[in-house]
Write a protein that binds this ligand. Structure first.
Ligand code: PMP
Length: 382
């Protein structure tokens, strides 16, 4: 007789949704899997900087001995508030031209921490249907009421705000700027317009997949759409294009102070290691300079999307994340294996990461791919 866990595992296996941890080795943009060198199209190293040896060498040359620590050994409110944390937060506030910034151990800490802290049972959260699992968990932990509106359906959102604003002390609209699984871009200005219709509406935007790659200085879609100062909680992560670890929010001063006092995933966890924080500072100082990488990435995204369109494959993406929705999980696995045989490492993305029936190959482009590699991929897809 199978126990509950075994039953669940065999159910996942039957549906093609059983996950195992892939055994891989890395070499820059390449993955070595099963003895074969494959182009890595499944990482979030969008600027192709995570394995840049020259960058690391230059970082080590300028690293202050005081920051060369692999543990902060304490939470920020006790003895973990190293000067480098404040230095990073001042740098972020200066780059985004906002009053303040606060950093966290990960995007997961960020998204599961802010919403429960800033909402109560007089709050209504209106979240896009496709927001990341970490935001959903944050919403679940919050004592607020919540409604998930249809993906990027701004009309429905407007109607919900207008219907409910009077019944709540505050409404918080929650979205991503580039959606992680579809690569489509949110019209943040439209959301800002909705927010501005009533004084008790706030806006929370997760730029995890956009920071580093969008905007003239690489600050994200809010920079690109010129609405940084209209977003109450402008968030992002360091573990993707920024080639580091952790996350941030840029916000008004009083909100930062409130989070320091009330956000459980900030208070009750060990602060990031100072050496990682110093690396994140180093990366953000250079971010405006990587404009050519951003432009190259954008051009490649456009080319891959055009190639899919030419094959009559619908694709909503407007970014460097380009999904090829297959539908069935087993089929997605087969297609990923076929691409692997051709030298491309792209993982099938299956439920629960994406809704049932929308299993896909998610091409996650990176700025260190060259034209010929992209051409080869496009030829294979054809
Ligand atoms: N937000 C979004 C939109 C994400 O896609 C992810 C992770 N892929 C996170 C937050 C979590 O960030 P982290 O990996 O730093 O925990």
């Amino acid at each position: 007789m199978m126990n509950r866990y075994e039953q669940e595992l065999s159910r996942l296996q039957a549906k093609g949704n059983l996950r195992t941890l892939p055994e891989v080795e890395h070499s820059g943009k390449w993955i070595i899997a099963g003895g074969k060198k494959l182009l890595n199209l499944s990482s979030n190293d969008y600027l192709g900087l995570a394995a840049d040896k020259d960058l690391r060498r230059r970082f080590m040359e300028q690293l202050d001995e005081a920051d060369f620590l692999f543990s902060s050994s304490s939470s920020r409110l006790l003895t973990g508030n190293y000067p480098v944390c404040e230095r990073l937060e001042s740098l972020l506030a200066r780059l985004f031209q906002t009053e303040s910034a606060l950093t966290f151990s990960s995007g997961y800490h960020l998204n599961t921490g802010i919403l429960p802290a800033v909402s109560d049972n007089h709050t209504l959260i209106l979240a896009d249907k496709l927001v990341h699992a970490s935001l959903i968990d944050g919403i679940r932990l919050a004592s607020a009421e919540y409604i998930r509106y249809r993906h990027q359906d701004y009309g429905q959102l407007e109607a919900l705000v207008s219907k409910h604003h009077a019944a709540y002390e505050r409404i918080i609209i929650v979205t991503e700027s580039i959606f992680s699984m579809d690569g489509d871009v949110t019209d943040l200005r439209r959301l800002v317009a909705v927010k501005k219709t009533y004084p008790n509406v706030m806006l929370y935007v997760d730029e995890a997949h956009a920071v580093g790659v969008r905007g003239d200085k690489g600050l994200g879609v809010a920079e690109e759409q010129n609405c940084v100062s209209d977003i109450d909680f402008l968030c992002g992560t360091f573990g993707k294009a920024m080639a580091s670890v952790g996350a941030y929010v840029v916000c008004r001063k009083e909100l930062r102070e409130f989070l320091v006092n009330r956000m459980r995933t900030f208070i009750f966890t060990t602060a990031l290691p100072p050496v990682n924080v110093a690396w994140t500072c180093f990366m953000f100082e250079r971010l405006p300079l990587w404009k050519e990488r951003r432009m190259h990435l954008a051009r490649m995204g456009q080319r891959l999307r055009n190639a899919l369109a030419e094959q009559g494959i619908p694709c909503v993406s407007g970014s460097h994340i380009v999904p090829l929705v297959v539908g069935d999980s087993a089929d997605a696995i087969l297609k990923a294996e076929a691409l692997r045989r051709k030298g491309f490492y792209v993982l099938p993305v299956r439920p629960p990461t994406v809704p049932e029936g929308t299993s896909r190959l998610r091409f996650s482009l990176r700025a260190d791919i060259d034209e010929s590699e992209l051409n080869e991929l496009i030829t294979c897809l054809r």
